[in-house]
Design a protein around this ligand. Structure first.
Ligand code: CP
Ligand code: NVA
Length: 312
């Protein structure tokens, strides 16, 4: 119930893994779900300790990692930004070396992606990216697992993201490419995904032969989509831009009119938290609630697959 070849690795960037490793991790998540759903636990991480650092709020990431690690037999310690202020009270390099003396793995949710990479350079334990301003790879592993459960494979599928080209979008472009699924993002001018992240996704697609499109028209983008994907218009840390963003993104709402242009068998996913009436209507959200909450549930199993493999 682990991928031994990933032992000791960090899980910071999706592109640090090849297609078969990502596909195997997704399948391992599905297996772990079957094996541990309900009150069934395993002892793959028995005697190990996972530290979880949060510089931003979290419901899903915090609980899915904490409960998932416990289901694998590990103990967990959560530290919040105001307790250590990563990089302020002492250097990231020293913090990484200290935590490595106590724990067997760490998840980090913070602002600067380079802080996580610096931490990993100095840590001697696996480091997991639990969301940065640049990317959210664990989210995308759960999303891919949800798509695999629903459609059986990624072959011939298209996922369309509608809204702000943010951390989730950056990871989605790369994750979809790694599994060979066509991916499209519809974003207003100036709010496209990170250009370097697009280049990385394009590089991956050279191997997997999937199509990547960045468009401005959400109607054109959802045409033929099997999965429509939404996220908030204002990410954590951008709160001061809330009113401006509401205006800029108002044509990018996921609603019944937009989804009518997608494939007949489409589903709508949302990484949550959702702001109903903004990026998605309550009607479209509720019609897809089964998939969206399965997606949230799968955070735990997808991450258990990662933890079991890198820490096991
Ligand atoms: N989707 C997600 O990462 O949720 P949290 O911010 O609540 O962890
Ligand atoms: N883009 C969002 C994702 C939340 C899970 C944010 O960074 O706030």
């Amino acid at each position: 119930m682990t991928l031994n070849k990933l032992k000791g690795k960090d899980f910071i960037n999706l592109e640090d893994f090849n297609s078969s490793e990502i596909l195997e991790l997704i399948d391992l998540g599905i297996k772990l779900k079957k094996k541990t759903k309900g009150n069934k636990n395993l002892d793959i991480l028995k005697g190990k300790n996972l530290v979880m650092y949060f510089a931003k709020p979290s419901l899903r990431t915090r609980l899915s990692f904490e409960i998932g690690a416990k289901k694998l037999g590990a103990d967990t310690s959560v530290i919040k930004q105001d307790e250590i202020i990563l990089g302020k009270r002492e250097s990231i390099e020293d913090t990484a070396r200290v935590i490595s003396k106590y724990a067997d793995g760490i998840t980090i949710r913070t602002f600067e992606h380079s802080d996580v990479e610096l931490f990993a350079e100095y840590a001697s334990i696996p480091v997991v990216n639990a969301l940065t301003d640049l990317s959210h790879p664990c989210q995308i592993m759960a999303d891919l697992m949800t798509i695999k459960e629903k459609f059986g494979s990624f072959k011939g599928l298209k996922v369309t993201y509608v809204g702000d080209g943010n951390n989730v979008t950056n990871s989605l472009l790369k994750g979809a490419s790694l599994v060979g699924m066509d991916v499209c993002a519809a974003c207003p001018n100036g709010y496209e995904p990170d250009s370097n992240q697009i280049k990385i996704a394009e590089h991956i697609s050279g191997e997997t032969k999937n199509k990547i499109e960045i468009l401005t028209d959400p109607y054109e983008a959802v045409s033929g989509a099997n999965v429509i994907y939404g996220d908030v218009w204002t990410s954590m840390g951008q709160e001061a831009e809330y009113e401006t963003r509401k205006e800029i993104f108002k044509g990018y709402q996921i609603n019944e009119k937009l989804t009518a242009n997608a494939a007949k068998d489409h589903i709508v996913l949302h990484c949550l938290p959702a702001h109903k009436g903004e990026e998605i209507t309550a009607e479209t959200f509720e019609k897809n609630a089964e998939h969206i909450f399965n997606q949230a549930e799968n955070r735990m199993y997808a991450q258990m697959a990662i933890l079991a493999s890198i820490m096991g």
